[in-house]
Ligand binder design. Structure first.
Ligand code: SAH
Length: 291
C-alpha cells in the first residue's frame, strides 16, 4: 500500500525574517540600496520613533508604504524593542529593525543578539532559528569625517560617552590610553541634558594628555537640514558645542588643516613630505594597504 508523502514543512512554524538595518546619518540618499530593498519587502518596521519616521519617508518616496506595519517606541527601550521584533519574526513576519547610522555601532544589532541570548526558554530555539541579517549603514563618525575632510585618515578609535551602559572610570581609562597611543578619537553620545558633566570631564581629561592646538571637530546633525560643522582647537573647545545630535572627532597629534579641510596624514612617524612620484598602479599595489 502506498501512503501519501507528508509535506515535510507542513507542521513547522513559519520561518520569519529579522533584518537589522542602518539608516545612515539622516539623508535618504545615504541609505544603502540594500537597506531600501529590505524596507520595501518588510511587513513590519520596528524602531525608535524618529528612525521609523525616516524609514516611512523612504517607503513613501518609493510608493511602498501602504501595507507595512510601523512599531515606533521610545529611545530607552532597546531590549524590549528587540524582543518585540524577535517575537514578530517568530510569527513568520518579515521584520526590519531600524537604527540610525550603522546598526552595529552603539545601536540595535547588539540589542537583538542580547535579547536572543536571554530569550525566554520557550522562545529560545525559535528565535535562534530565525533568518537574521544585519545590514550596515553609514555611521555618524564616517559621515562627519567626510564632511570635514579626512580627520580619521590614520588609526582611530571610537568611544561611546553614554555612561548609562558603562561606568565613567571605564570611559576615562579608554580615553587616556587612546590619547597616549595617539589615536584620533570619535565620541558618540557626547552630552545629554541629563548628564552634561561627562563631556566637561572628557575635555579636562583630553587637556591633560593632548596639546592645546589639537584639532577637534564638532559635527552636528550631519546630512540633515540642521547640519552644523565646527572645527576648533582643544583649547577653544567648549562643552556647549556638543549635544546628543553631535559626534565629536578629536584628531591625533598630526591632524592639520589645509584650506577649509581637516585631515590626518596617512604617514606616521615618517617624513610627511610627499612620497614622490607614484610608481605605476600595478607596481605600487600592496595587499592590505590599498587606498
Ligand atoms: N548607530 C549610530 C549611533 C547611535 S548612538 C551610528 O552608527 O551613527 C547616537 C549618537 O550618534 C548621537 O549621540 C551622536 O553622537 C551620533 N549621531 C547619530 N547621527 C548623527 C548625525 N547625523 N550627526 C552627528 N552625530 C550623529
Amino acid at each position: 500500500m502506498v501512503t501519501p508523502t507528508a509535506n515535510p514543512t507542513a507542521n513547522l512554524a513559519p520561518i520569519g525574517r529579522l533584518t537589522v538595518a542602518g539608516l545612515g546619518p539622516g539623508a535618504l540618499a545615504q541609505i544603502t540600496p540594500e537597506v531600501a530593498t529590505a524596507l520595501q519587502d518588510a511587513t513590519d518596521v520596528v524602531g525608535y520613533l524618529p528612525y521609523v519616521v525616516r524609514a516611512q519617508a523612504l517607503l513613501h518616496q518609493a510608493g511602498a508604504d501602504s501595507a507595512v506595519r510601523l512599531h515606533a517606541s521610545d529611545n530607552r527601550v532597546e531590549l524590549e524593542r528587540a524582543q518585540q521584533a524577535l517575537a514578530l519574526a517568530a510569527q513568520g513576519r518579515r521584520v526590519v529593525v531600524v537604527s540610525s547610522g550603522d546598526p552595529g555601532v552603539f545601536a540595535m544589532a547588539a540589542a537583538v543578539f542580547e535579547a536572543m541570548e536571554n530569550a525566554p526558554p520557550a522562545q529560545a530555539a525559535a528565535w535562534q532559528a530565525l533568518d537574521v541579517q544585519v545590514l550596515p549603514g553609514i555611521t555618524a563618525m564616517l559621515a562627519a569625517a567626510a564632511r570635514a575632510g579626512a580627520p580619521l585618515g590614520h588609526d582611530f578609535c571610537c568611544i561611546n560617552l553614554s555612561d548609562n551602559l558603562k561606568p565613567w572610570p571605564v570611559i576615562a581609562k579608554r580615553v587616556q590610553l587612546a590619547a597616549e597611543a595617539d589615536f584620533a578619537m570619535a565620541f558618540y553620545n557626547p552630552r545629554s541634558v541629563s548628564r552634561p558633566e561627562g563631556f566637561v570631564r572628557l575635555l579636562a581629561l583630553l587637556r591633560t594628555h593632548c596639546e592645546p592646538q589639537r584639532l577637534v571637530v564638532f559635527a552636528r546633525a550631519v546630512s540633515t537640514p540642521d547640519e552644523q560643522l565646527r572645527v576648533c582647537t582643544l583649547a577653544e573647545a567648549q562643552p556647549e558645542m556638543a549635544d546628543m545630535r553631535t559626534v565629536v572627532l578629536v584628531g591625533n597629534s598630526t591632524t592639520r588643516r589645509v584650506g577649509r579641510f581637516t585631515y590626518t596624514p596617512r604617514f606616521y612617524g615618517l617624513p610627511t613630505e610627499s612620497p614622490g612620484p607614484s610608481p605605476s598602479p600595478a607596481a605600487s599595489f600592496t595587499p592590505g594597504n590599498t587606498p
